[in-house]
Design a protein around this ligand. Structure first.
Ligand code: 13P
Length: 342
């Protein structure tokens, strides 16, 4: 297969109208935080055991088409000695890899961030390909304040995402392009919509400049939602219909129909909230597949059920299968919260 065929095969294996992607690519400090919450030490063996559990869940391939792994996991094996990337692909779950190296302050733009990791990226990708990775993920982060993101922030982050994506495609690796507008802080839905539109506009402009093939990439954005806790009787959780309207409106303005799939991050929403909102978004729909690339919203119930104990593996697997299945229904706009207790 030549490079273009390889890219297309990976897109075909990742994108359909039902399945989604699991983000299991927590860096060492992040997985430590997740394990701390269940009083489990973050040792290499515990991380291996946990990620084996995720990938060995029977039937998971029915609902998930891809998994994003952390570098360490790509080099790990299950108890039977099979590399975890192979374990995933046995279920037709395509293994991918997070390739960015986290964020630092963006010089010249107080309050903005920029993501590290472009140096030596092509060499690292070649190693990951040998280890079985077929797609990659890179995340740029945009905090919202009264003055952020700045014009420089929009430009510099978009540039980096495009440089990364072009580097991946040159080597036959499908890039997941993740511009994450942070849901933290206080902002209303209008502000989130305005920022997300500017971010995506800049990202697609840069992708074009770098010659990125839109048909052979995946976009991983946040949903457009408010983040305000209002006091007293004004307090309301965001309405899924309102979130879906704003989210689709922004995409229609900025994301070309050539992009095959948009896979949301969960960004701190509860598992149920993330599923309800995905369902509302799919009830509107668009020219792209509208799917998931959830981390916390798929894994939180799994960690709670597992608690680091071998005797809980079955309960943990069914917690994962349940969330994956309900999100597959939400992909079709056929989910309702009553299904949580079925
Ligand atoms: P969450 O779904 O937990 O936001 O994580 C997805 C992810 O990969 C963020 O980079």
């Amino acid at each position: 297969m030549d490079i273009s065929q390889r890219l297309q095969q990976t897109i075909n294996d990742l994108v359909d109208d039902r399945r989604g992607i699991l983000a299991a690519d927590e860096s060492a400090p992040t997985i430590k935080k997740r394990f701390d919450a269940i009083n489990l030490e973050s040792t290499e063996e515990n991380r291996r055991a946990y990620r084996s559990l995720l990938l060995e869940t029977p039937g998971l391939g029915e609902f998930l088409s891809g998994v994003i792994l952390f570098e360490e996991t790509l080099g790990q094996k299950n108890a039977a000695g099979t590399p975890l990337a192979e374990v995933a692909w046995k279920q037709k779950i395509v293994p991918g890899i997070k390739v960015d190296k986290g964020t630092e302050k963006l010089v010249g733009a107080p309050g903005d961030l920029i993501t590290k990791g472009l140096d030596g990226l092509a060499d690292r990708l070649m190693t990951y390909i040998e280890q079985g990775a077929r797609f990659a993920k890179w995340r740029e982060v945009y905090p919202i304040t009264a003055t952020n993101p700045t014009a420089l922030g929009l430009h510099a982050n978009a540039e980096r995402l495009a440089h990364y994506a072009a580097t991946c495609q040159e080597l036959g690796v499908v890039p997941i392009v993740e511009p994450e507008v942070l849901m933290d802080g206080k902002h209303d839905i209008e502000r989130c919509e305005e920022i997300t539109e500017g971010v995506l506009y800049a990202v697609f402009q840069a992708l074009r400049q770098y010659g990125v093939i839109l048909e052979q990439m995946i976009l991983k954005p946040n949903m457009v939602k408010p983040n305000m806790v209002l006091p007293g009787k004004d307090c309301r959780t965001a309405d899924p219909g309102e979130i879906a309207d704003a989210t689709i409106r922004v995409f229609r303005r900025t994301v070309p129909a050539a992009v095959p799939s948009i896979n949301f991050l969960s960004g701190g929403q509860s598992p149920e909230e993330a599923t309800i909102n995905l369902n509302a978004i799919n009830q509107i729909g668009g020219p792209w597949q509208l799917s998931i690339s959830y981390g916390r919203a798929l894994q939180q119930p799994v960690l709670e059920a597992w608690q680091g104990k071998a005797e809980n593996i079955e309960a943990a697997e069914s917690a994962l299968l349940k969330r994956a299945r309900l999100n597959a229904l939400a992909r079709q706009g056929r989910y309702n919260p009553g299904m949580e207790t079925d």
